[in-house]
Design a binder for this molecule. Structure first.
Ligand SMILES: *Cc1c(COP(=O)(O)O)cnc(C)c1O
Length: 393
């Protein structure tokens, strides 16, 4: 079974790997050589660079995407008795950020094409207690923002976009994060670019950006640089410590400069892989958009038909034997995770469309750490791994 030529390849295909070069290394050393580790010019420079890249009027750096989402609900004053409608098919962080305020995350199922939230399911989940909608661009494929914007406006709700996988995602030429009221990005190592840990909020609302800036730093009224008399400040509002430090920001500045190349490599890899996988019976790739409305090419999710899905772990093992790393986006719909299932009594038969992506999908790598030869190897590996399990079904 493991005797084929492809299995003996010494190729290594990790699902994701941060690409840190000499620019990032030097930028970090420069910070360490200076006196300022937090509250310095790099965080501001990184915000400006990210705002330029996305076309955002305002960008606020934070310590993670989870911090970004929590900070937004926190400054909006959402809490006990309030509800936020959340995509069922997303990272647990999208829902946790709501629950951490004391408010309740109420889930909406996916639509079957892309796995993105179904706007009709969002509307059906709205009650008199709903204060916001948190939508993810699943795998970086744009959600239906025009429908969601209309629903949010009709009900007077804050519309948050979880853009953790959506750097490079555009909707009619507008970058993701700028169609809702705020967009939250992640710079965790396997995302499109990294600062080790880190996040960014983009918004068109200058007042919101100013509020977020203050309240990510204890809610104090003056930053260190703004204090006329050292050590003198007041705290007009509650705040947290969700700042990004200068080491992270220095890495971020160097990474933003490489984003166009990273994205082009992802798209090229995705297209090569899709081409190579057309012949594998019982499988299909979750489709992605290209053009003015475009995916961010985060990964390629192979959906297995009902029969093949029973052997999903064996296929994943077959890929692992060939040194092909895979992942699952996301392992379960959020309401199927223990905290939500126990707290709210959700059952496994709820959110069936989101469930299909969790339980029948295998996420294949297309990151810029790989090239099109690697993609040919992955496509061949998938075909062989599927063939191996077909005999036992
Ligand atoms: C990775 C991810 C997050 C979490 O981002 P952090 O920066 O690690 O907090 C949130 N939402 C989605 C959709 C993600 O994929």
């Amino acid at each position: 079974m493991v005797g084929s030529d492809a299995s003996r390849s010494d190729r290594e295909i990790p699902f994701g790997r941060p690409l840190i070069g000499s620019e990032e290394r030097q930028a970090v050393l420069d910070v360490l050589d200076g006196p300022i580790l937090v509250h310095g010019p790099r965080a501001y420079e990184f915000e400006t660079a990210f705002a330029d890249y996305t076309g955002a009027p305002h960008a606020v750096s934070v310590s993670s995407c989870t911090a970004a989402m929590h900070l937004i609900w926190f400054v909006l004053g959402i809490g006990r008795g309030d509800e936020v409608v959340v995509s069922a098919q997303t990272h647990v962080a999208t829902a946790h950020a709501v629950e951490a305020t004391g408010a309740k995350a109420v889930f909406a199922d996916s639509e079957p094409r892309s796995g993105n939230v179904d706007p009709q399911a969002v509307e059906a989940a709205i009650t008199s207690r709903t204060r916001g909608i948190a939508v993810v661009h699943y795998l970086g494929e744009p959600a239906d923002m025009s429908a969601l914007r209309a629903i949010a406006d009709r009900h007077g709700l804050f519309l948050l976009e979880d853009c953790a996988l959506a750097i490079g995602t555009h909707i009619d030429g507008i970058h993701a994060g700028l169609l809702g009221d705020a967009g939250c990005f992640s710079f965790y190592p396997v995302k499109h670019m990294t600062t080790a840990e880190g996040g960014m909020i983009v918004t068109r609302d200058g007042d919101l950006a100013a509020t977020l800036s203050r309240r990510r730093a204890f809610g104090v009224d003056r930053t260190v640089g703004e204090r006329a008399v050292p050590g003198i400040y007041d705290a007009p509002a509650l705040g947290l410590n969700y700042r990004m430090n200068e080491l992270q920001a220095a890495i971020g500045i160097a990474q933003v400069a490489k984003l166009e190349d990273f994205l082009a490599a992802r798209q090229g890899n995705y297209e090569a892989l899709a081409e190579g996988l057309t012949q594998v019976e019982g499988t299909k790739l979750v489709p992605v958009s290209a053009g003015a409305t475009t995916s961010s090419w985060y990964c390629a999710v192979l959906l297995l038909d009902d029969e093949l899905a029973e052997a999903r772990y064996d296929i994943v093992q077959g890929l692992k034997r060939r040194n092909i790393g895979t992942s699952t986006y996301y392992p379960r719909p959020v309401p199927h995770l223990e905290y939500y299932a126990e707290t709210y009594g959700y059952t496994k038969d709820q959110f069936p469309i989101a469930a299909r992506f969790s339980y029948q999908g295998i996420a294949l790598p297309v990151g810029p750490h790989l090239d099109t030869d690697d993609m040919a190897y992955v496509a061949d590996g998938v075909a062989r791994a599927v063939q191996e399990v077909k005999g036992s079904l």
